[in-house]
Write a new protein. Structure first.
Lengths: 358, 358, 358, 358, 358
């Protein structure tokens, strides 16, 4: 759970210091640049930092995307090349940031958490985006190229809004993709929940408990990762920025609406998993009850009978006196014993049935 | 539970793209138009999209109602014909929207959830309404014609407020009907709750637990579907819209009051069902207690007696020494055994009764 | 619980339609009018609607009180006579309203819930009050004349504030009476709670659970009925009404203070009843524990002893070999058996006592 | 618990009516007056109401303190003498008021709850304070003279802030003393909690449950009594009163800080006592578990052995056929029985140990 | 837990009185002064109060750090020397303050709680900081020199922001260090939680319960200590102070972001430890279930068998009548007994397995 583990430099270090956190292997970076305006469109992949730099000065809209975990030196080069604020750049390398938006004089800095499922275990990857006047710089630490659909739309649709509008609409498209990527993840979780529900109702084993426990933890983490999206979008919508145009706001508002739906779904799932836990625990109690009933019925029927059999197994000397166990000598003594035994058992069964025990 | 399942197009798709979500069978659409102002009243049913279009331009108030799940193409035609905003139209086709209100330059867009009971299982259907300057376009995906009472009032009462006032009052009438349709549903749920309560208090079976669990889930879903109504009505009431007249607001305020009553009822039911769960669980504990008492009383009485019987069933050789089981040879040994046994049993019963165990 | 049952007309009916809800028997109405100003005072009882009407036009303060459930026709007559708003009048007949205040151009409309105890079961009756410029119209559906003390003060004290001040002070007096009438009810509930607490601590039977459950439900309902009083009084206090004078506000503020005390008491009682449930459940667990201890002590002592007795009741042929049950032939075999048995029992008792089991 | 019991006059009584609530015995009043300004200082004790009155008109600061429960007549005299508002005076006699502040044209009226421990049981006594332009009137119903330290500081320190500043600083000193008097009470409660914690962890008896229950109730009551202090001080701090000078506000802010610390401690204690309940309940479960384990180990070992002994105690006639219990005649039959028995017991113990049951 | 224990002077004492709270041993103070501006830098350690005083008047930025618990007299000297407000100085000596910020005319006073782990037990130490126009006075009661990294950065980096900016940036650096020092503590707690989780899932012993209980208490205390940091930083950020420059605010905002991350982690841990408790309790129930199953299976199989053996151990006289226990004389009686016994046992096992009991 990366929200918990990854931490920053030692307390007391100067702010903006870039340290490499050892548990992220340094993956090779992959820089791609798209330089576009209306009909003009240039796309370059696998650039070096030096190759990427000239596009910053281009009068067209420039989108630099950095895939992989950059090291402190690489990040400093990129930051210097594009004039990114050191405090924000520090947050790019410390990959355990919450979703947030920060205002710097020359740019906006946005952190998002992209939820992914690795073998049915939820993880969130950090996506950091800088929005300048005519450029967007985005960082994504994971190995999958999540922004491929956006790049495809930019490349293929020269008359689309992505090409005709400014960088703020590109920012919206990136945010919208991250927000919407919660839905498939939530669908998978929803299916897991339904499977769990079936298991709980049919055959509540010990392992179900651990699964519910894990599910609840995942939902707590997901909620915490998604919750600040609303605030972030609200900040984007409410403030009068020179960065975000009025025409883009209607789309951001739609995106805000999606974050509310995501939170809604998560809350539904949380209440459902709490409900599952309740049901699991009470079916445990039910089982215990059933087991106790069987034990009690069997024991309370046979314990008196065993006593009776024990009585007639005693060795009192019937020759010493006629009061000593005369029943043993009766011709129908054994038959009477069985009658008595069956009578007791029948009576008890009758009482237990009336009490509704079985 | 349609709040959870139906989802929209793939992350990264351009906003406003209309996709058909496969799990809704394409039902034949039924378009009906009512064109009215004071004494003028025209009503057409089973129109095609082309036939419905001219009424848009009519200077009178026009209400177009679309019954059924429209496909992307049909929806695009309707949207284009009436100038509906693409983002809003996208929400019509993705039927898992929350209750909300959205402001577009040319119209207001309102989504409502209409609660229905299918075989005692709660479902909510989406109703989408567009309010323009002199038209209302409403979409309802279900098969039942829920707005028949409104149409009846329009048709039959030429002097009624519905005819004499503008489109905003028609909008109020539609919203009011959806809000009030929660009451019969809640009444049914209330009756189910009372039945459940009887069952829990009289004969708490395992199946009751599942029913309470389902009831709680339904109430959670209903609450989530109804909760945003307050906010939606508040937005309608507070903002100065050119769409909603001051004279209609007094009625909307009454409608707002109803939504509070709905939430109140739902909260009451939720607390009642939580209470039921508590009562169920503690009557389980009570039962376990009763069962344990019976087992304990029977076992603790007969276990010592069985031991005693066992003792006198031992085969120590009384001829080897006079210390070996002399009781067996006593003339009243057997009688004394019974006296002892009855004494032990009586004493234990006395103790248990004093402890209040039965 | 009348907060849950009574419901209004069918969804889709025109607002302001008056329907008779069948479960309220039509009780004969009793109209009384008090017409007063300073030294002038006229009081009439058992008027017809026609007889009551002229006082509306009187320049003095007029208080019309309607006792009983009016039918739709009667209500419409009264509403028309006094110029009451149709939407408000609809709320008078649908007796399941929440406490609220509504502003109409010609009057204020206030709904209050008057708590009563019928055979120790809590109920709330609706009191509806209209405040006009120089009149108050109040409706109360119950059979008891709750406003008798106010009428007495009006009648007997010509120099009292009630006579010398305007209608807004009369409104305050009516509200204050309803708010304060919660205190005796709460006192009764408090006494019931203390009885319950005694029962739980001394002898926790099954029936206690149902009583606590009912108590919690009553408190939830009472809370919901009283909660909106604060908001209602706040609205009266904050808004600049032409209806409520500044001099009356100091009294309304005192009344507001009382509603806070009522909520405080209810919250105390709720936490107490939750605490009782906890105590009940844990004393159940305690009991189970005690029962298990007794069973375990008796069973674990006698089960090994019974085995021992069983062993010496076996019939191995001691003539076949000297290894077969030689103990049976020992002169002190029986005595040694008892020594062994008492030793085992004593040892177990010692262990159990050291574990603190009894 | 006096927050619950004491109640005011009957619903419908005129506001400001003074009734004597019967359960407070009329204790003899003790009026003391301190009349001071800078170096001038006069102190009188045990005055009658008439004797106290002239100091009201004194141009110096006057502090009248009334110790004991005044009757309605006495209170009316004092109220009339000092011009106190009837509604506020009514709250003095009804000693179950919440902490609050009220603004009257000629004075401020403040109610505080002074927490005391009577034999380790928490109670709160009402302290009512009126602040006028150059006087303070304080009422305290308890028997202990809680304001002695203030009087001492006034008397002994002619250059202290108490003497040199105005009445608002005296008010601050009184409030500060009441607020701070929570700390020793909370310390005692804290010690009780630690004792309870020791008891729960070492030897969880039934009585602990009742103690935790009482502790939680006390903390709920204390919280409710202290909670409104923050609001009260905030009102004093925020509003521009002519009564409270800017120079005093810095001290009131310090006092506000203390109330936050009090709430913090109470919340800590509440969470601790909830934690204790959890621990108590789960150690009950643990115990039950232990008891069940012992019972199960003993029973499951000896029940099969007893069966075995029972088998060889059967009386099948071995002379009738060589198939009837030939074991009884084997020379090592008895030895083999013991081997078998020990083997079974050992095997079971081995299994139970591997399951970790003891 | 020092949030609970340490308390201030007796209620009724004059504000600003300095008392020594006896449980803090008077440790020898260690005063160090750093006097700096850009390239000028002087550092003195182990000064007396008199020696430290002259630097107050220096036109450069002066940082006086006081390590250890000062006594009332020492504190008064320092307070007088630097013109610190008596109410704030009182809070320095009473070391149980919450995190807070206070505005005094000549300075700002900030209290922070520095979390430390002593042998895996969480404690928080108080750090008090005064910010004047060109000085910072900081107090830290613990024995470790926590500000060493700041001093190192001041000493070694003459061009760093710490040297070139004013005292407000030094204040930021101190606050940032305290805030960030939560992270290593939280990491340790996180590791403890993971160990606990392993223990709970693998082998839930009684001791785990106490550990979870302690963990929850620590997290409650830590939360309470950290919670007010947000408010404190917000106050610093929002108000227009002459003390904090605009350029420093961007760093304080970054620091504010860290406090949110701290709260996030704490909340995660709290939910995780609550989850652990749930899992612990339900695995207890699971165990009880398993134990009951074993007992029930063994007992219900052997109890009927024992009865059967008891029956054939009875001594009915088969010579008295041919109806008395004829089975004993059958040639295959014993074999039939075993067949019957094995049949019963097998049947029961079959039933239990079908019920899924083992």
């Amino acid at each position: 759970m990366d929200l918990i583990k990854r931490r920053r430099s030692k307390p007391g270090t100067a702010p903006g210091t870039l340290h490499h956190t050892s548990d992220d292997a340094l993956t090779p970076l992959r820089l791609s640049v798209i330089d576009y305006r209306n009909n003009e469109f240039e796309e370059y992949d696998n650039l070096t930092i030096e190759q990427a730099q000239p596009y910053f000065a281009s009068p067209r809209n420039t989108w630099l995307h950095v895939q992989g975990h950059p090291g402190p030196d690489e990040l400093r080069s990129i930051g210097d090349a594009y004039g990114l604020h050191p405090l924000a750049v520090e947050d790019v390398i410390n990959a355990g940031q919450r979703t947030k938006i920060e205002d710097y004089p020359q740019q906006k800095f946005i952190v998002l958490r992209h939820p992914v499922l690795h073998d049915d275990v939820l993880d969130t990857e950090q996506v950091s985006i800088f929005l300048g006047h005519n450029f967007v710089v985005s960082f994504h630490g994971g190995s999958k190229d999540i922004f491929a659909p956006i790049r495809y739309r930019l490349r293929k649709n020269p008359e689309g809004r992505l090409r005709s509008l400014e960088c703020d609409y590109l920012l919206y498209a990136l945010i919208d993709l991250i927000v919407d990527s919660s839905f498939p993840v939530l669908e998978t979780i929803g299916e897991q929940l339904e499977d769990l529900e079936d298991e709980v109702l049919k055959d509540p084993k010990r392992s179900v408990l651990d699964k519910i426990h894990l599910m609840k933890r995942e939902l707590v983490l997901l909620r915490r990762a998604q919750w600040p999206q609303r605030e972030m979008l609200n900040t984007l919508l409410r403030d009068e920025h020179k960065f975000v145009k009025e025409s883009t706001k209607i789309y951001l508002r739609d995106c805000y609406d999606h974050t509310i739906q995501v939170m809604d779904l998560i809350d539904n799932y949380r209440e459902m998993s709490s409900g599952l836990l309740e049901v699991y625990l009470s079916s445990l109690s039910n089982r215990m009850n059933d087991i106790m009933k069987v034990l009690t019925v069997i024991a309370t029927i046979f314990i008196p009978l065993s006593f009776l059999a024990g009585v007639y197994g005693m060795n009192f000397d019937s020759t010493a006196s006629k009061w000593n166990m005369p029943e043993l000598g009766w011709p129908f003594g054994y038959a009477m014993f069985w009658l008595l035994a069956i009578g007791i058992a029948g009576g008890m069964l009758f009482i237990f049935r009336r009490k509704g025990w079985f």
